[in-house]
Design a protein around this ligand. Structure first.
Ligand code: G3H
Ligand code: 13P
Ligand code: ZN
Ligand code: NA
Length: 308
């Protein structure tokens, strides 16, 4: 069934686990993720970015997600990832999404509040939940000193004020994760002290972690071995994600790991069977690679197996 994340997050918070929010762009990606969730009996968030809507066409993506909902008995949230303005959030609410993100994190505090509040008012009236973001996502290496860190990472006092004034349902925070495959130059580090402070000040309130791919080294090695070039790719260690999931983090965003799993698999097929040109011959194994990766994530990292 198509659901909002309200109940999912309540249970995840109490059960000290997190729900995986996976970015979807085409049929094989959706099928790989949904099969994994089905095998693991895991609640699921499928998220669509503006870029995904542009690539696949909003109608195709929505219909593919509808097919997944029809085919399984899983609770599935259809979520807009990084909505940058009111209009795209409105379009998705009107389109049947059950959750939207308004990302005003690049705006000054008061403007972020005003924009978020506007989206919350529109969405709540229509039974849709809203995620917002406060703080700027960047690697801890980018924050060279304490004052810079304070300027980019989420300020706990501001987080409380932001949630109170907007009425938002969940909040993405910045504690050192970043988008993409190159998250840390040196040792991976996240500001867990800050996360705990935020969690303590906002009890029972769901926190979202963006930029949370772990960039499994097996995919990096396979990609590089079969003609790709992603040297030095590094993600958030699984142990840190487990730790975050035990705290107030209820939603963990994963896109890069899907891209790497699919790409590594396709590169391998291309190299090993150069004579193959039937797309099913390489998209099929790619879809399986996504399924295996997501299953591992659900079972061993997020802790949301058998939680439906
Ligand atoms: O946060 C970004 C997600 O990975 C989506 O990426 O905008 O290229 O679809 P995208
Ligand atoms: P990754 O790039 O770490 O997969 O993060 C995805 C994300 O945050 C989507 O909003
Ligand atoms: Zn993100
Ligand atoms: Na949690």
């Amino acid at each position: 069934a198509l659901v909002t994340s309200k109940e999912m997050f309540r249970k995840a918070y109490e059960g000290n686990y997190a729900i995986g929010a996976f970015n979807v762009n085409n049929m094989e990606i959706i099928q790989g993720i949904v099969s994994a969730a089905q095998i693991e009996k895991a609640p699921l968030i499928l998220q669509v970015s503006a870029g995904a809507r542009k690539y696949a066409n909003p109608i195709y993506l929505r219909k593919l997600v509808e097919a997944a909902i029809e085919e399984t008995d899983l609770p599935i949230v259809l979520h807009l990832d990084h909505g940058e303005n009111f209009e795209i959030c409105k379009a998705c609410v009107d389109d049947g999404f059950t959750s939207v993100m308004i990302d005003g994190s690049s705006l000054p505090f008061e403007e972020n509040i005003a924009l978020t509040k506007k989206v919350v008012d529109y969405a709540h009236e229509r039974g849709v939940v809203v995620e917002a973001e406060l703080g700027r996502l960047a690697g801890i290496e980018d924050a060279v000193n304490v004052s810079e860190k304070d300027a980019t990472f989420t300020d706990p006092d501001q987080a409380v004020e932001f949630v109170e004034r907007t009425g938002v349902d969940s909040l993405a925070i910045a504690i050192g994760t970043s988008h993409g495959a190159f998250k840390f130059k040196g040792e991976p580090r996240l500001d867990f002290e800050r996360l705990e402070k935020i969690t303590n000040m906002l009890p029972n309130f769901p926190i979202v972690l963006h930029g949370a791919s772990s960039v499994p080294q097996e995919f990096v090695e396979l990609t590089n071995k079969y003609g790709g070039k992603v040297p030095g790719a590094q993600g958030v260690p699984e142990e840190m994600l487990r730790e975050a999931a035990k705290l107030g983090v209820c939603k963990i965003n994963i896109d890069t790991d899907l891209r790497l799993a699919l790409t590594a698999s396709i590169r391998k097929t291309f190299t090993e069977t150069p004579e193959a040109f039937d797309p099913r011959k390489y998209l099929g194994p790619g879809r399986q690679a996504i399924q295996d990766m997501v299953q591992h994530k659900i079972k061993n990292v997020l802790g949301c197996s058998n939680k439906i």
